[in-house]
Design a protein around this ligand. Structure first.
Ligand code: AHG
Ligand code: MN
Ligand code: MN
Length: 339
């Protein structure tokens, strides 16, 4: 189909505005700010090799991880776009220790939305020209509008998300998001700087055949995960499955949603809650997965029903085709019964 016939993301956002009761256009402006910031990050990611933005920034974030220059840059770009356009009252980011209060509007704090963000996901892949992403999650604040935002505005369960999505800076750049009415994907035409609706109503295929996990950590995995991996590798029926692991959650999830698969980052020895962060990695991906007919679990419980207690909380993560996630959960349960 030619671009002339395709709907742009801008048109789509306006069309969908009426889906929101008492819509004031504020949410549409928020999505537009994310769209703009993603284009700026895309530009920078694309010239990473020739600009002095590859490598370590020389700092560590709150989780003790080394920040890449592009982590810091992407964080600044999203925070600037969201705060200067006055479309959110608060932001929490992987790269900032604490949440940020945004006093927008002439009277301050007029926006009712907060955003949680992983500005650059898979950033260790940037130096080697492999796809990276951005993940975002949007909630309505729970405290009184007009007052500074509080921690409780961010510590909401995944089920209360208003919208969630990601940008994948890959062989092409895409925004994929949901507002609870299915998942839609938009591809950037870089020559025009416009996103077009290229993947309407994205769904996991009925059957999945890919498993994605950092198998180098095998010896540290819980027995249930080890047993599930053996099951994936067994020659029986439609197995063995194919193993694919990029090391960018966004890219691994994107591929699995299109081709059918499961992504696992389990707990491991000395890390009972795994690596991934509940609020700005797992919850938004879980919302997308469920909206695309898939499932997301910590091995035992639905991700979106977990009660958050900390901004940078981690959780084990099993996400993908419903059937595959349920099978992995079955192995996890057997393991617990044996213990
Ligand atoms: P981030 O770059 O935001 O810190 O996230 C990296 C995450 C996730 O994207 C990826 O799937 C996972 O870490 C990879 O971890 P391992 O290198 O331990 O497999
Ligand atoms: Mn990440
Ligand atoms: Mn990150």
């Amino acid at each position: 189909m030619s671009e002339n016939a395709l709907q742009t993301l801008g048109e789509f956002i306006i069309d969908k505005q009426d889906d929101f009761q008492y819509s004031t256009g504020e949410f549409s402006r928020l999505l537009s700010a994310i769209r703009l910031a993603s284009k700026v990050v895309n530009r920078d990611v694309n010239k990473a090799g020739i600009a002095d933005i590859v490598g370590h920034a020389g700092m560590t974030n709150i989780q003790g991880e080394q920040q890449q220059k592009l982590d810091v840059l992407a964080n600044d770009i999203f925070i600037t776009a969201l705060s200067q356009r006055e479309v959110v009252c608060g932001i929490a980011s992987e790269e900032s220790d604490d949440f940020i209060d945004i006093k927008c509007g002439p009277n301050g704090h007029l926006s009712k939305y907060v955003v949680l963000i992983d500005p650059l996901d898979g950033s260790s892949n940037i130096d080697v020209n492999v796809s990276v992403g951005t993940i975002f999650s949007i909630y309505r604040r729970v405290t009184e509008p007009g007052t500074p935002v509080q921690l409780e505005d961010f510590l909401q369960k995944g089920v209360d998300q208003v919208a969630a999505g990601y940008v994948v800076y890959g062989s092409s750049t895409m925004i994929v998001y949901t507002t609870g009415n299915g998942v839609n994907g938009f591809t950037l035409d870089p020559s025009l700087g416009t996103y077009y609706l290229s993947h309407p109503n994205m769904r996991f295929p009925e059957k999945g055949k890919i498993y994605s996990i950092n198998e180098g950590n095998y010896s540290k995995f819980p027995q249930g995960v080890k047993n599930y991996l053996k099951y994936c590798q067994m020659m029986e029926g439609d197995r063995p499955y194919t193993s694919r692991y990029i090391g960018s959650l966004v890219s691994d999830f994107h591929r699995n949603m299109i081709k059918g698969g499961i992504y696992i980052y389990p707990s491991y020895a000395n890390a009972p809650t795994g690596k991934l962060r509940l609020l700005y990695e797992c919850n938004p991906m879980a919302f997308l997965a469920e909206q695309a007919g898939g499932k997301a679990s910590d091995g035992f419980n639905r991700i979106m029903e977990l009660e958050p207690t900390e901004l940078h909380q981690r959780t084990p993560f099993f996400c993908g085709n419903t059937e595959m996630v349920e099978k992995a959960e079955e192995f996890m349960r057997i393991d617990v019964v044996k213990d």
